[in-house]
Design a binder for this molecule. Structure first.
Ligand code: CP
Length: 291
């Protein structure tokens, strides 16, 4: 039984297969490969992109999808997460796609060995489908990513997108630089910078991140306008540099990225979302059909 808790669960061959399948699905929509499959989505945290993207991906491949809304489920009557999961598995789905605030939850559910578990975002630990779609978006633009340099900018310490991305991008031979004010900087052996200006002449990609306010136990900055003066990706700061601009969403406009840059051709935020469906189709094919 193959799970996807983080991209470390995938071999190089499997990652290559996901990227190739996603590219093929983007060129031409495939037949209903998962016609007889049923997936359950179980999101204990809000989501716009990941949940709908997995559901669209599953439906594009002919699978049925059932969503359980935890805020209206029997977890509200005290049923444990493990019992909730076991009861869903008793209905014999082919996979459960789970998002949770705890880093360990997807791996603990996978350890119950009931159905394939797909991590749709866990705490600040991992968001593997986001890392794969970011990889796909960069590969589509650059081809070979070996030696390419990416600056990850913003609330890195609280970001599961950054955690998974750092593991995957370095594995793929990219150089990762971290740019953040001290409270947002994780412990890491990677090169660290406080100022964006120190890296902009030496990177191919900038990935901007939102301040993960929901994970801050107390306010870190009183004024995100002041933060934006140093970290917002705007046209004045980026100039004419040939840099690919990524953001996993949701974007805090004019704090993470300016309105003007969001409509600049170098900004691939909506292309990331578009690619996310093809990448998640490829992930579902790998886990439910090929493994
Ligand atoms: N990128 C991402 O995880 O977005 P959502 O929280 O909307 O799913």
């Amino acid at each position: 039984m193959q799970h996807l808790i983080d991209t470390d669960d995938l071999t190089d061959v499997q990652i290559e297969a996901i990227l190739n399948d996603a590219a093929r699905f983007k060129r031409r929509r495939p037949p209903a490969l998962l016609r007889d499959k049923l997936l359950i989505t179980l999101f204990f945290e809000p989501s716009t992109r990941t949940r709908s993207s997995f559901e669209v991906a599953a439906k594009r491949l002919g699978a049925a999808v059932v969503h359980l809304d935890p805020s209206r489920s029997s977890t509200k009557k005290g049923e444990s997460l493990e019992d909730t999961f076991a009861n869903l598995c008793a209905m014999e789905p082919d996979g459960v796609i789970v998002r949770h605030s705890r880093n360990e939850t997807p791996r603990e559910l996978a350890a119950m060995k009931m159905v394939p578990v797909i991590n749709a975002g866990a705490g600040n630990y991992a968001h593997p489908s986001q890392a794969l779609l970011d990889l796909f978006t960069m590969k589509e633009y650059f081809g070979d990513l070996r030696g390419k340099k990416i600056a990850i900018v913003g609330d890195i310490v609280n970001s599961r997108v950054a955690s998974s991305g750092i593991r995957l991008f370095t594995r793929m031979g990219m150089e990762v630089k971290l740019v953040a004010p001290e409270p947002f900087m994780p412990q890491s052996d990677l090169p660290k910078y406080e100022h964006l200006e120190a890296v902009l002449d030496d990177v191919d990609v900038v990935m901007s991140l939102r301040a993960q306010l929901e994970r801050h136990s107390k306010p870190i900055f009183d004024d995100y306008g002041a933060y934006a003066k140093h970290y917002c990706i705007d046209k004045a700061r980026l100039g004419a540099r040939d840099i690919l601009l990524l953001h996993p969403g949701p974007v805090m406009r004019n704090i993470d990225i300016s309105d003007e840059m969001l409509s600049d051709p170098r900004c691939k935020v909506l292309e990331q979302v578009r690619n996310g469906v093809f990448v998640r189709m490829a992930i579902l094919k790998l886990l439910l059909l090929d493994s």
